[in-house]
Design a protein around this ligand. Structure first.
Ligand code: IVH
Length: 665
């Protein structure tokens, strides 16, 4: 490389300071606040640029930092062994460099064998088990000490609180994540409730893990996948660790490949890139790990990362296009969502003409203006988002700064913004658009499922004064429907009969259809399963509601508030007067195990553990993590161990797999 002139040196040094400060800021936003402003890819680009500039001044290179997720609120504790970061690249040829470097360090010129597995886009946690008992769960923190999130981690369904036949101190390392379905559910419920929707599942999971309210955390259903061991690793190979972790009861890496020679790396990456779309968690790359644990030990770590592993990250799909307009949707609870109307552009094989803008603050932060050229990105998440504006392109153009409207774009009522919310809402309960959206939701597939009552039909009926609330649906007459375009006698009869048919339905559909803030499809099912009758549900207190797994305090309060409003009760009674009939939810038609608490131990031959759990729950029972006073039945497979002894001591009936099978019949 040619020598830098003093001037170039000065410029580069200034840039280094700027970049470091910027990266520090993004580290705080990502790790500590769970609210990043830029995508991971943009962040990695900043980091790569900083590394490049720093390499020009090897004499005063600063020690690399790994980010710090400690929030300053929770207790912190030291990790028995440090939690490190991973070196990463977006470049296939870099993989050869990593491999070459490892070979040179080990002085080995035969092919190195790697385990290659998905890189989970979650947040790192360290589970510390002492004498088999889960003692602490810590976030990565600064690598040396992390936030103590033990209570919240204990809300994770199925996470073993006790593990058997392990060393006195063992560290289980892995990622906390939220699966895509839960992410979408919670985000939907959040936007309906006027709260900030999270940009992606990772941020939502990390925001959730830091909450002080374990009940709320439980309702969000975090999950954990284990991908390694800290202290207590007595294995010869990395590939043996995953089945071991599964035997202990953890979810672990199922999709890992053994890469026998580095030339196979690309094929394996392609394979995993294909498979990752089917995984319930978001992955942002693949991790290469030297398979031999002895070699891992010999290689050791730098201050920042192990020398025996590295990550190849998938580049997100992005494209540049013109922002034609910003329009607004008014949701059924009045939340106003801005939508980017784009010049259509091809992204990952599909045409994108709209993108989410999240909220007014987001537009302001990114200074997005109508007429700008914008960068649209589609990473793991479903909805494309605008990640940045091409400011170069804006020069010489007089684009006006975008100002978020003060009034509802539909009914002109002044918008409201509560202090703790980013969303703006239209507070007018008679806002026609809200009424339309409420009725559309009531009739939709995941609620009352009224066929042929689509968006256009509802809109027309509301606009013509035929519908004012969901209750009016059941008072519609043939004459009311003559105004519908393209509806002949037959279509009208069909619509009326579909509405009539919807009167016989499952309770959860009706509960979901009511559109209570923070109650979506899944919560509605939980509520219906629990209460079995609408009256019992409507009469429940906040405390009653919070007994239900999946219902946090906010949702419970929202339900009680909803039934406390006369207008809502009026609507419900009008609907019921029309003769609505609820069938028992199909999953608990024969609640064989109603109210029974099960525990499971040992190795099962005929069922996967998860399967047993689902079967029990489908039949009205539930599953405990260990043996306690309230367990009714222990299902024991081979080598049941300690739990078996505990159950015998407590006189708890013990079932074999066959007993379970017979009971199901
Ligand atoms: S192994 C010492 N395996 O990615 C680090 N890490 O960007 C060795 N991560 O801090 C970690 N998926 O939290 C490993 N399959 C996987 C992973 C994984 C995600 C996280 C890990 C690490 C971060 C680095």
């Amino acid at each position: 490389m040619s020598e830098l002139t003093p001037r170039e040196k000065k410029k580069a040094q200034k840039k280094i300071l700027q970049l470091s400060a910027e990266i520090d800021r993004h580290d705080r936003l990502y790790y500590r606040d769970s609210q990043p402003e830029i995508s991971d890819f943009e962040y990695d680009c900043l980091k790569a640029e900083l590394l490049r500039l720093e390499s020009l001044f090897p004499e005063n290179s600063s020690p690399e930092k790994i980010g710090d997720d400690r929030g300053g609120i929770l207790l912190t504790r030291a990790h028995p062994t440090p939690m490190l970061s991973l070196e990463n690249t977006y470049n296939l040829t870099e993989i050869l460099n990593f491999n070459g470097r490892i070979g040179r360090l080990l002085k080995i010129d035969t092919p190195l064998i790697y385990v290659v597995e998905p890189k989970i886009d979650g947040l790192a946690v360290n589970l510390i088990y002492e004498q088999g008992q889960l003692k602490y769960a810590l976030t990565r923190g600064n690598g040396t000490e992390g936030d103590d999130v033990t209570d919240n981690v204990k809300t994770i369904e199925g996470l073993p609180l006790h593990i058997e036949n392990v060393s006195d101190l063992i560290e289980i390392r892995g990622e906390i994540y939220m699966d895509q379905a839960d992410f979408q559910r919670i985000n939907r419920e959040r936007s309906d409730g006027g709260e900030i929707p999270f940009a992606n599942a990772r941020n939502l999971a990390s925001g959730t893990l830091k909450l002080m309210d374990s009940g709320e955390v439980r309702s969000r259903r975090l999950q954990f996948i284990a991908h390694g061991l800290g202290m207590g690793n007595n294995f010869q190979r990395q590939s043996e660790i995953y089945p071991f972790l599964e035997r202990l009861g953890f979810q672990s890496q199922k999709y890992f490949y053994i890469c026998e020679k580095i030339g196979d790396a690309e094929t394996i990456i392609r394979q995993l890139d294909g498979e990752r779309k089917r995984l319930p968690y978001h992955t942002d790359g693949v991790v290469f790990k030297i398979n031999e644990c002895l070699l891992q030990k010999n290689l050791g770590t730098t201050a920042k990362a192990p020398r025996w592993a590295f990550a190849y990250k998938f580049e997100p799909e992005r494209a540049e296009t013109i922002l034609r307009d910003i329009t607004f949707q008014v949701g059924r609870t009045g939340v106003i969502t801005p939508v980017a109307e784009l010049e259509p552009v091809n992204l990952s094989g599909s045409w994108v003409s709209r993108a989410t803008l999240h909220n007014g603050d987001d537009i302001e932060k990114k200074d997005i203006r109508i007429g700008d050229r914008v960068i649209v990105e589609k990473s793991g998440e479903i909805i494309p988002a605008i990640v940045a504006v091409n400011l170069e392109n804006r020069k010489n153009k007089a684009l006006e700064k975008f100002i978020f409207p003060k009034n509802c774009p539909r009914c002109a009522t002044e918008l409201l913004r509560l202090p703790e919310e980013v969303a703006c809402r239209c507070p007018n309960e008679n806002c026609r658009e809200q009424i339309i959206q409420k009725i559309i939701y009531f009739a939709s597939k995941t609620a009352m499922d009224i066929d042929s009552l689509g968006d256009a039909v509802v809109r027309k009926l509301v606009e013509n004064g035929k519908l004012k609330t969901i209750a009016d649906l059941y008072a519609l007459h043939r004459e009311d429907l003559y105004i519908l375009d393209n509806f002949g006698d037959r279509s009208i009869s069909r619509l009326l009969s579909n509405i009539e048919h919807s009167k016989k339905t499952e309770l959860w559909r009706f509960i979901n259809g009511l559109g209570i803030a923070l109650v979506g499809e899944k919560t509605a099912k939980d509520l219906a399963n629990y209460f079995s009758s609408l009256d019992a549900f409507m009469g429940a207190s906040v405390d009653d509601l919070m007994q239900i797994r999946g219902v946090g305090e906010k949702a419970a309060q929202s339900i009680v508030d909803f039934f406390g409003k006369e207008k809502n009760m009026d609507t419900i009674h009008r609907i019921l007067d029309n003769g609505l009939e609820f069938s028992i939810p199909s999953t608990v038609k024969n609640p064989k195990f109603s109210g029974k608490l099960f525990a499971i131990t040992g190795k099962l031959e005929q069922y996967a553990r998860d399967e047993v759990k689902v079967l029990i729950e489908q039949n009205g029972g539930s599953v405990a993590n260990g043996i306690n006073g309230s367990v009714d039945i222990l299902i024991a497979g081979a080598g049941g161990g300690q739990k078996l002894g505990e159950a015998e001591a407590k006189n708890i009936p013990i079932w074999s797999e066959n007993d379970f099978k017979n009971a199901l019949k």
